[in-house]
Design a protein around this ligand. Structure first.
Ligand SMILES: [Zn+2]
Length: 231
């Protein structure tokens, strides 16, 4: 009985931690939004101290997200441990939930990760740079290896027009297979009308698209919303 009580308390904690992610996402998009506004009115060619501060804020959010994910992973591992290792053990020999959680936290320590490489931090750097330097390569520290993701991202700015509907997208989704994006309603209707599998509508792309491979393209959605507000 004690075991199942502890198990529920882990589930509750995971639910509360997941809420924090929503606040972090709001924080990220607010910081980016303000930084882009500042950058758009910045004609000095130098990076502004306000934008640098917002970048620091974004890195702090990235750090929090990393720690949050570490806790979530540890909580999931604790749950799994209860299900597997301690399921048939008599209550008195089960270690306390705190002990299990702390040992799982140590197993998932991620403090060595480079925050500058966090996807949200990269997104911030890329979007701010593109305001006044669209199409130009990002400057990099001489000692730093160039991040291939950023190079790919800036080599071609993603189109906001759906390759299927030929209209500006509202809810873009991306296929995990080929990384092309489409309007969600349009591509899903198209897939369902054709035996649940269609060739990617992007000219020259040989991949197939199925519903299970679709994921929201939130950075493209962010850019479209911003463009609409400016129109
Ligand atoms: Zn494709």
């Amino acid at each position: 009985m004690a075991g199942s009580f502890q198990y529920n308390s882990v589930d509750n904690a995971v639910g509360k931690l997941s809420k924090i992610q929503e606040y972090l996402d709001l924080g990220y998009s607010t910081a980016l939004e303000i930084a882009l506004d500042i950058e758009e009115s910045n004609s000095t060619g130098e990076s502004s101290p306000e934008v640098e501060n917002l970048k620091k804020v974004t890195l702090e959010y990235a750090q929090m997200e990393q720690e949050l994910n570490q806790w979530l992973n540890a909580a999931e591992m604790t749950k799994a441990a209860f299900q597997k290792e301690y399921k048939n053990v008599k209550d008195h020999s089960v270690p306390s939930i705190e002990d299990i959680l702390m040992s799982k936290l140590n197993e998932t320590d991620t403090t060595e990760n480079d925050l500058q490489k966090h996807p949200k931090a990269k997104e911030f750097i890329k979007q701010v740079w593109n305001v006044n330097h669209g199409g130009q390569p990002l400057p990099t520290d001489q000692n730093e290896t160039i991040d291939s993701d950023i190079i790919i991202a800036q080599a071609s700015e993603e189109s906001i027009i759906c390759p299927l509907t030929q209209k500006q997208m509202v809810e873009p989704v991306r296929s995990k297979k080929c990384q092309h994006s489409y309007e969600k309603a349009g591509i899903i209707h198209h897939i369902r009308a054709r035996q649940n599998r269609v060739r990617c509508p992007v000219a020259g792309c040989a991949h197939y698209v199925v519903e299970a491979d679709l994921e929201p393209n939130s950075s493209l959605a962010f850019r479209i919303k911003r463009l609409q507000r400016k129109q």
